[in-house]
Design a binder for this molecule. Structure first.
Ligand code: SAM
Length: 280
């Protein structure tokens, strides 16, 4: 029996049975594996770390996309850094009229998702309101003169090419690329295991934005409890109040499986252990 053992955290990991290897590749940047598993359906891993599964990806992708867009309320342009599986892009484009630019460093991830993860990317790479750029997100925000209402950093964990996506310099460039009142959302890891990384990166965002916090999403294959998404804006109202978000969600006509206006608002409620991490 073939199995995939994830070893992201010291001394603890999850094991998934590999029922069928769909794709294996050493890209120029990382090891990319796609396989099928009885409980989670199609699974994508990079460098031995689960990035998404067919069964639970909607929780992460709905929360990383709809919370900033519906919280902000007037979004026209979204930038996604990373996100080469296309899942966040697909959710963003479900908002009528919203344009999205995706900057992914590894073109092989995009091509493989296009071929083997249609249930995740839903054709988003070829959507008329999508622009797909293969390049380093760090360089893009350092050089771009374009401005966005929301920036979603849908990155791998802070090793290899993603390390620079967790630095104060990168966040400062993101802020420069945001329109007034814009929102930065970041994949920040699981507080239970990745507390120091969350504390450090939150402090960097807090130094730049008047409102910086985290919100939480329970994704079973990001093991160890809910994953934290960093949320930063100069407009405290961009978190979204229940009445506004309810009205915007109804107007959007979105059908979702995890996201809902009350889930949106509740996601910003942080347990004391997590609040302590970002209190400094
Ligand atoms: N949702 C996933 C998670 O939390 O595990 C992340 C998914 S997505 C596949 C992450 C992507 O970030 C990868 O495809 C990786 O190539 C990309 N990435 C890493 N560093 C990058 C950089 N500097 N610029 C742009 N994309 C980057």
């Amino acid at each position: 029996m073939l199995s995939f053992t994830e070893a992201l955290h010291d001394g603890y990991g999850q094991i998934l049975r590999v029922d069928r290897i769909v794709h294996y590749e050493r890209t120029d940047l990382q090891e990319l594996v796609i396989f099928d598993n009885a409980s989670f359906g199609r699974v994508m891993a990079l460098d031995g770390v689960v990035q998404l599964t067919e069964r639970d990806h909607h929780i992460y992708h709905e929360m990383i996309a709809h919370v900033p867009i519906l919280g902000h309320g007037r979004v026209a342009d979204v930038l996604v850094i990373g996100g080469g599986d296309g899942g966040a892009l697909a959710q963003i484009l479900r908002h009528e009229g919203v344009r999205a630019t995706l900057v992914e460093i590894d073109g092989s991830v995009i091509e493989t998702a296009r071929a083997h993860l249609p249930m995740v990317c839903e054709g988003a790479f070829d959507h008329p309101r999508a622009e797909v750029i293969v390049g380093d997100g760090v360089d893009f925000v350092a050089r771009s003169e374009r401005r966005f209402d929301v920036i979603v950093v849908d990155s791998t964990d802070p090793v290899g090419p993603a390390e620079a996506l967790f630095t104060p310099a990168f966040y400062a460039d993101c802020k420069r690329c945001l329109r007034a009142g814009g929102v930065l959302v970041t994949q920040n890891g699981v507080p239970f295991f990745q507390g120091p990384q969350i504390a450090r990166t939150h402090a960097a965002r807090k130094a730049l934005f008047s409102d910086a916090t985290l919100y939480l999403a329970p994704v079973p294959t990001y093991t160890g409890g809910p994953i934290a998404l960093g949320f930063a804006s100069d407009d405290a109202a961009a978190r979204g109040a229940l009445a506004e978000v309810t009205e915007r969600f109804a107007r959007s006509g979105l059908a979702t499986r995890h996201y809902a206006p009350d889930v949106h608002v509740a996601a910003f409620a942080l347990p004391p252990d997590v609040r302590r991490l970002i209190a400094g």
